[in-house]
Design a protein around this ligand. Structure first.
Ligand code: GLU
Length: 498
């Protein structure tokens, strides 16, 4: 059997969307599952859309996720089909375009942008849509309508001509997709796509993509649904070249959490979640948030992405990369779009946080403490982490949950103070605190006196944390110690007006 070889072929036109990361992930899982190769190819032939920094962003995103190509851009070691950046392969493509012309599958087109615009508006005025194909090419300026002399003269004198695919007239293209099954499209609805441009001496996406998939011996093309409309042309190109076709699988779209349509950056901005794996700063300085910087663990991110479109067929939701590789199949990828649920994304991170060791989490929390000017003893931090990790979704929550174990409150929540800082309660709380040496003793003391437990405890809590919620008093007192508890209580007595 042919070796499984798949590729992720992004264009460096901006930050990689999380849907793109999912495409890379499914390619990677499929390759690993089948003992094959996963290749990273950079499709940068559209110089108008090129964005500096985007390629590095793609490489770093995949690395962060642990989606590691074994061949391609950024890979050290054996790269049998190098280079993998299409701009560095520019010399390869022209001869393939010429080969299509020789065999009657393509032609030179000389129409200027203005001429095409004119044809378009004329069609519109007649209530039609202009399609550059068998229906119209006979009256346009190309090597099928002009004489040989005119053609050679234009080829030499002009630098804005293109090579176009000659879309067959009245044919039904029969296609198969692993996810979508059999598909048929009439060629009369398709246009003569530009394959190569003299202006920049570069191929367009379609030609470069097919030539490279062929030369790189790609066995399966796994890509987003947005490329489905290109499939008939790609089928016909393989046929025209006389090459064996790879198998195709078009993945469902990632959809907005609410309403219809594709998940966009705007949805993320509106609802407060990232749509990019890493933070991105555009060349114009616009900043977009990333999952990494928002505090997601890469394995949690990979896990949640894997389940957006693929269904393991069981109830299992938590998968390591190895488990994903084991369980993955394209047959279990759905046809319909996968709705993104930001709450579920958080749930995944919470689960992954809980699974992490106290040591690891301590290592992550220490720098956060340092940022707040706290220089704490790691063993003590570890105990605190063990106590609070069940309550957190992100490591950054640790501070919000437990900051008062590291420093005294500066302020008190007004509404809580008004409710609990009452003369009677303060007196009882002060006595209970001073007369006992541990939280347990203190509780017994309050009980023995038959004082209102809740009121007294909330009064103490207010003094220790600045509000009436937080961890249990016993835990707080254990961590800060009796001395500090008393000191905070006296501070509260000085600062709070009854
Ligand atoms: N360069 C295309 C993209 O940016 C690749 C599509 C394909 O995989 O064929 O997604």
């Amino acid at each position: 059997m042919k070796r499984t070889r798949v590729r992720f072929a992004p264009s460096p036109t901006g930050p990689l969307h999380m849907g793109g990361v999912r495409t890379a992930l499914y390619n990677y899982l499929f390759a690993k599952k089948n003992g094959g190769d996963f290749i990273l190819r950079i499709e940068d032939t559209d110089s108008h859309r090129f964005v500096p920094g985007a390629e590095q962003y793609i490489i770093e995103s995949l690395r962060w996720c642990g989606i590691i190509p074994n061949e391609g851009v950024g890979v050290e070691g054996a790269n049998p089909h190098a280079p993998y950046r299409q701009s560095e392969r520019r010399g390869i493509y022209r001869k393939y375009a010429e080969q299509l012309i020789e065999n009657g599958y393509a032609y030179y087109a000389f129409d200027t942008a203005e001429e095409l615009e004119k044809a378009r508006s004329e069609a519109e005025a007649a209530g039609q849509t202009f399609i550059y194909n068998a229906a119209t090419r006979g009256s346009l300026r190309n090597s099928l309508t002009l004489s040989q002399e005119e053609v050679s003269q234009l080829l030499n004198s002009r630098s804005d001509w293109t090579i176009r695919f000659r879309m067959p007239e009245e044919r039904t293209v029969q296609m198969d997709d692993i996810i979508r099954g059999h598909i048929e499209v009439e060629t009369s609805t398709l246009d003569d796509k530009v394959l190569w441009k003299r202006a920049d001496e570069l191929p367009t996406y379609h030609l470069a993509n097919i030539v490279d998939d062929h030369l790189m011996e790609i066995s399966h093309v796994i890509r987003g649904e947005e490329w489905l409309p290109s499939l008939p042309l790609h089928y016909l190109l393989y046929e025209a070249f006389g090459w064996e076709r790879p198998l195709f699988a078009h993945l469902p779209l990632l959809l907005k959490p609410v309403g219809n349509g594709k998940l966009s950056k705007r949805d993320g901005d509106k609802m407060g979640f990232p749509v990019f794996p890493l933070k991105w700063v555009s060349p114009e300085g616009e900043v977009s948030r990333g999952y990494r910087e928002d505090g997601y663990f890469p394995d949690a991110f990979v896990n949640l992405l894997a389940l957006l479109g693929w269904n393991p067929g069981t109830e299992q939701e938590i998968f390591s990369m190895d488990e994903l590789i084991e369980a993955f199949s394209l047959e279990k990828v759905g046809k319909s779009g996968a709705k993104f649920n930001p709450d579920k994304a958080k749930w995944f991170n919470k689960e992954y946080l809980r699974m992490r060791s106290d040591e690891e989490l301590t290592g992550l929390f220490m720098p956060v403490l340092a940022e707040h000017g706290i220089n704490a003893e790691p063993n003590r931090v570890k105990e605190i982490v063990a106590l609070i990790k069940e309550r957190a979704t992100f490591v950054s929550d640790f501070w919000d949950i437990a900051w008062y174990l590291f420093k005294a409150p500066e302020e008190y929540v007004q509404k809580d103070a008004a409710k609990f800082w009452k003369s009677e309660n303060v007196q009882m709380a002060g006595e209970a605190l001073t007369a006992t040496s541990s939280a347990q003793e203190m509780e017994e003391y309050i009980r023995a006196k038959e004082w209102p437990m809740g009121k007294v405890m909330n009064c103490i809590r207010l003094a220790l944390t600045g509000s009436s919620n937080g961890l249990g008093i016993a835990d707080i007192m254990r961590f800060i110690g009796r001395e500090e508890a008393l000191a905070r209580f006296h501070r509260a007595e000085e600062r709070l007006i009854i």
